[in-house]
Design a protein around this ligand. Structure first.
Ligand code: PAF
Length: 284
């Protein structure tokens, strides 16, 4: 079976009606597909009989001063990648079919989960993500939906929405894929020079410091965060936006790690905004 392409919810819905006996694995994306997306797609194929990828650069999740116009668009390359990866269905909804910003019903995740981390500098972002992801899940009704752990706040918020709105889907978080330097794969890495990429490796290096400290028995957030800061400061070109240690589910700050903690970083190199995180498990 080749790659079937649909551009409206009604066309796709019609097709899916006749494939309801299949198990559906869904990978929502904004395109500019890289090896990280490929790992989500491979997993969706392994765990389901039909794999669906959507590409939609969602205007609702970009703020007025963000990179919506500049966001990488490479539809032909993405389509070829989906074909090679054995995707069954590619959904490329038109903006009209997804609804106009000011006339669209919005899904509002819990404010406490949106106020920290990326939510501080990206007001409205997670509401935009939540609205579009809810629409996509309702259109496709997949058995499983796959999201990268790199976007840890997004993943926690989507899990919460799915629980709270009783959406019948299994949300699968997939590990972050990294370059040899440790730099997490991201569509935005395309904006970086090779020097910038080398400098950006400090982010993961510093997250590993946190992991090593916890492995040695340290549980105080203040001590762990200070060590991460010291490592980050070794690359003066890195402009830190935030460094937080939070509960991975609720995203609320933790002072002492009891079991699991999410250490998350955002910052800029060469004016490109990068995020990364690590989940640390404390075994006493
Ligand atoms: O992670 C992304 O690429 C986007 O936020 C998503 C989940 C496709 C929603 O637009």
């Amino acid at each position: 079976m080749g790659l079937a392409i649909f551009t409206t919810p009604s066309e796709l819905g019609h097709y899916l009606q006749s494939h309801r006996s299949q198990s559906l694995g869904f990978v929502p994306t904004m395109g500019a597909l890289h090896v990280g997306h490929r790992s989500l797609i491979d997993r969706a194929r392994r765990e389901n009989t039909l794999a669906i990828v959507s590409i939609f650069v969602n205007p609702l999740q970009f703020g007025p001063n963000e990179d919506l116009d500049r966001y990488p668009r490479q539809l032909e390359i993405d389509r070829a990648m989906c074909e090679t990866a054995g995707v069954d269905v590619l959904f490329l909804p038109t903006s009209e079919s997804m609804g106009t910003k000011d006339l669209l019903t919005q899904v509002i995740p819990p404010p406490l989960m949106m106020s920290g981390l990326c939510g501080k500098t990206r007001p409205g972002h997670f509401q935009g993500v939540a609205t579009i992801v809810t629409k996509l899940l309702n259109i496709i009704k997949p058995d499983r939906a796959y999201f990268g752990e790199k976007d840890a706040q997004q993943l926690a918020i989507i899990r919460k929405i799915v629980t709270d709105l009783n959406i019948s889907v299994d949300v699968v978080g997939c590990p972050t894929l990294r370059a040899d330097s440790g730099l997490a794969h991201s569509s935005r890495n395309q904006y970086l020079s090779s020097t910038g990429k080398a400098q950006a490796a400090v982010i993961y290096r510093s997250l590993k410091q946190a992991q090593a400290l916890v492995a040695s028995g340290e549980t105080r957030a203040s001590v762990i965060l200070a060590a991460v800061m010291t490592e980050l400061a070794t690359v003066t070109e890195f402009q830190l936006e935030y460094l937080e240690l939070v509960d991975p589910q609720t995203l609320q700050s933790i002072e002492t790690i009891a079991k699991k903690a999410l250490v998350a970083i955002a910052g800029r190199i060469e004016n490109t905004r990068l995020i990364d995180n690590i989940i640390i498990v404390f075994d006493d």
